[in-house]
Design a protein around this ligand. Structure first.
Ligand code: ADP
Ligand code: ZN
Length: 288
């Protein structure tokens, strides 16, 4: 049986078809233009296949409340033209098949708990440090929604005493996204992260902020596995630095062997490589 998946992002839409075990048969990517043109591209692609369900992991914020009149919509996005956009309804009308829908990061954590680094676990989080910071949360065997959905990339951080950069987030300044996402690195140091690879102070500060956020996620969500990725984490030395800082900040308070002895196996990159989002989208389709 073929299932469609969409990893819907602000710059590109990755579309794929695969089977219910997450084996991808084909994939394409379309630039995110205005909704009308972008939907035409995606619908045209999926028409080539006999898909029985579709799953979408989408940039947000989203309405995920099935009782709401605007369930399946992107709600209040700064992305021009996409505000109040009916994503689920558009694909349901086009194909008449079940459509699963969640945030991009919830899709990614779902991919990793189904087939990746958190396989078989009931509690895991997926953190992406990229253009923004997003956190997908899977707790007690289900994706976490709530009033809206978690926006844990915007929790406030204590500024490092030697960091004079005010913070990039237009809403909060010194939240995780404001201090640690790729654009914050670029604004603080005057160069893109990839060009700062040999500057240790850049990555020490970065690890200090990412670790503060992870400490709070550990305390609040109590995940059994933390999957950490996004463009900034391509600086792979950050993993060791973040793990060390998390241990230092927790200071022995959460006394579990995963943290005290096996942190290398607790805070990890995705096992699905660059695919947790698109495979998670396919899984959202399977579950729809
Ligand atoms: P998005 O969040 O838009 O989906 P990415 O996860 O690829 O995209 O993140 C893009 C961000 O990651 C950019 O701000 C970019 O500067 C940063 N980035 C990409 N590669 C690297 C790298 N090797 N080292 C540090 N930062 C990087
Ligand atoms: Zn913020």
């Amino acid at each position: 049986m073929l299932i469609g998946g969409i990893e819907a992002g602000g710059t590109k839409m990755v579309c794929a078809v695969g089977d219910e075990n997450g084996n991808i048969k084909d994939r394409v990517s379309f630039p995110t233009r205005q909704p009308k043109e972008t939907f035409e591209d995606m619908i045209g692609y999926f028409r080539q296949w006999d898909i029985r369900a579709l799953g979408i992991g989408c940039f947000g914020p989203l309405d995920l409340n099935r009782q709401s009149k605007t369930y399946g919509y992107i709600t209040k996005t700064p992305k021009k033209g996409w505000e109040n956009c009916n994503i689920v309804g558009t694909f349901r009308d086009a194909f008449g098949i079940p459509v699963g829908f969640d945030t991009d990061v919830n899709g990614a954590v779902l991919g990793e708990v189904t087939w990746g680094a958190a396989k078989g676990l009931e509690n895991a989080i997926y953190i992406t440090i990229g253009t923004g910071v997003g956190v997908g949360v899977y707790l007690n065997g289900a994706l976490l929604h709530g009033l809206v959905h978690p926006e844990a990339g915007h929790i406030m951080l204590s500024r490092h005493p030697e960091d004079s950069y005010e913070g990039k987030c237009p809403f909060h300044k010194n939240c995780v996204e404001g201090l640690a996402a790729g654009p914050a690195i670029e604004a603080r140091w005057g160069k893109k992260g990839a060009e700062l690879a040999d500057r240790d102070e850049v990555w020490e500060l970065e690890a200090y902020y990412i670790a503060q956020a992870i400490m709070d996620y550990i305390l609040v969500y109590s995940p059994q596995k933390i999957i950490l990725w996004g463009g900034v984490m391509h600086q792979e030395k950050l993993f060791a630095m973040v793990r060390r800082e998390v241990k230092r900040l927790l200071n022995g308070y959460v006394s579990h062997e995963m943290i005290l002895e096996s942190i290398d196996d607790y805070i990890v990159p995705p096992a699905l490589g660059e695919d947790p989002g698109i495979k998670g989208a396919i899984r959202l389709g399977v579950l729809a």
